[in-house]
Design a protein. Structure first.
Ligand SMILES: Nc1ncnc2c1ncn2[C@@H]1O[C@H](COP(=O)(O)OP(=O)(O)O)[C@@H](O)[C@H]1O
Ligand SMILES: [Mg+2]
Length: 356
């Protein structure tokens, strides 16, 4: 019988119990009054009132204690969650419908919380990994620049000092022939190191890019890095001379630079095609294709790429709202396609001259 009553909503249970008490009090009290007619009515009233009150309080207390027991469970779970344990769940029993619903909602909330927490943890781990990669790439780049400066500059400067000394000695001895030789050597080394340092500077940040724009800078790269390494290059540009925002120019330049670095480092290619289309009003596209070894792209698509290069290329393109696609397979060469949205030319022109 108790089980049957428990399925009722709490409000009805309370009403029922209290009605029962009032009913019992009324019938029992009336019967007792008849039997105990000789007693003083004040004492009787007090006794019945006290009994009725006691019974009512007791019954309501028991009922509420039992009915609200699930609330204590919810409270315990809430405390555990607050302490950081998001795996716990409330036990949902079919007792009081309102509490059952509360338990279910509470658990659903915890499911969401757990899901979000896990997602945040995952993305934090990925960010940490990438930051680590970016930092070590930066360090590697600095090491490379230091190495180049060391090889190109220090050697030449040391040689210059030697020739300068030789020239000084020759002048002191009045040996014009030796002086001439030392001067010629001095000049040659100085010119070589000038070229070397210019190349290092241009590689760091080509003034061509700022002065003449993307197409010129890409041509320069193709010549100075690919052709000089014996790789045949065909650069096709449409819309030559169009200038883009420095952000887009730099992004595209760096991406093409990394693509060329990868070709030199990994592809063993003999021929490279670079297409740059600046002629479309609302988008810039670029394509870099090599006839080299190619590689398996799938693991890089899954996001657990080893190299920071391909990741950096994609990130740079994404940052300016564009897309990058890599098409490659072992033995088939590699094709990289980039598309970056830009403001239509007309719009840029109106923006440049706001006062009409
Ligand atoms: N043009 C290419 N030809 C052949 N393999 C390539 C080419 N570009 C990239 N790869 C492959 O993809 C890998 C990842 O490239 P990347 O992310 O730039 O890293 P890294 O150049 O530092 O190795 C390279 O190690 C290489 O195996
Ligand atoms: Mg690379």
């Amino acid at each position: 019988m108790e089980g049957g009553m428990r399925r009722w909503p709490l409000v009805y249970q309370i009403l029922l119990v209290n009605s029962a008490i009032v009913f019992l009090g009324a019938t029992f009290g009336t019967a007792m009054t008849r039997t105990l007619a000789s007693q003083s009515s004040a004492a009787l009233t007090a006794t019945f009132a006290a009994l009725g009150l006691l019974l009512s309080v007791l019954a309501n207390y028991m009922l509420l204690r039992v009915a609200l027991r699930p609330l204590r469970g919810l409270q315990t779970v809430a405390e555990l969650v607050t302490a950081g344990n998001i795996n716990v769940r409330a036990a949902v029993k079919e007792e009081e419908p309102a509490l059952t619903r509360l338990g279910i909602t509470f658990n659903a909330m915890l499911d969401r919380l757990e899901e979000n927490t896990r997602a945040i943890e995952r993305s934090r781990a990925v960010t940490e990994q990438l930051t680590q990669k970016v930092l070590s790439a930066q360090e590697e780049e600095r090491r490379r620049i230091a190495r180049e400066l060391h090889d190109e500059t220090l050697q030449s400067l040391a040689t210059l000092v030697i020739y300068a000394d030789a020239a000084h000695n020759a002048a002191k001895q009045g040996d014009t022939e030796a002086l001439g030789e030392a001067h010629a050597a001095l000049r040659q080394v100085a010119e070589l190191s000038l070229t070397g340092i210019r190349a290092i500077i241009a590689d760091l940040r080509p003034s061509l890019l700022d002065d003449l724009g993307l197409a010129a800078a890409v041509r320069w790269q193709a010549q100075h890095r690919l052709e000089s390494a014996g790789v045949r290059v065909d650069v096709q540009v449409r819309g030559e001379g169009r200038r883009l925002s420095p952000l887009v120019e730099t992004a595209l330049y760096r991406v093409i630079q990394e693509a060329i670095t990868n070709i030199l480092k990994h592809a063993s290619a003999s021929y490279v095609e670079i297409d740059l289309d600046l002629s479309q009003p609302d988008r810039i596209t670029a394509r870099i294709e090599d006839n080299g070894t190619g590689f398996e792209v799938a693991p890089f698509k899954a996001g657990d790429a080893e190299g920071v290069g391909l990741f950096g290329m994609r990130e740079r393109v994404n940052l300016v709202g564009g897309e990058l696609a890599i098409d490659s397979s072992p033995g088939e060469g590699t094709e990289i396609r980039i598309a970056v949205p830009v403001q239509p030319v007309e719009q840029l022109e109106t923006m440049a001259s706001p006062s009409l």
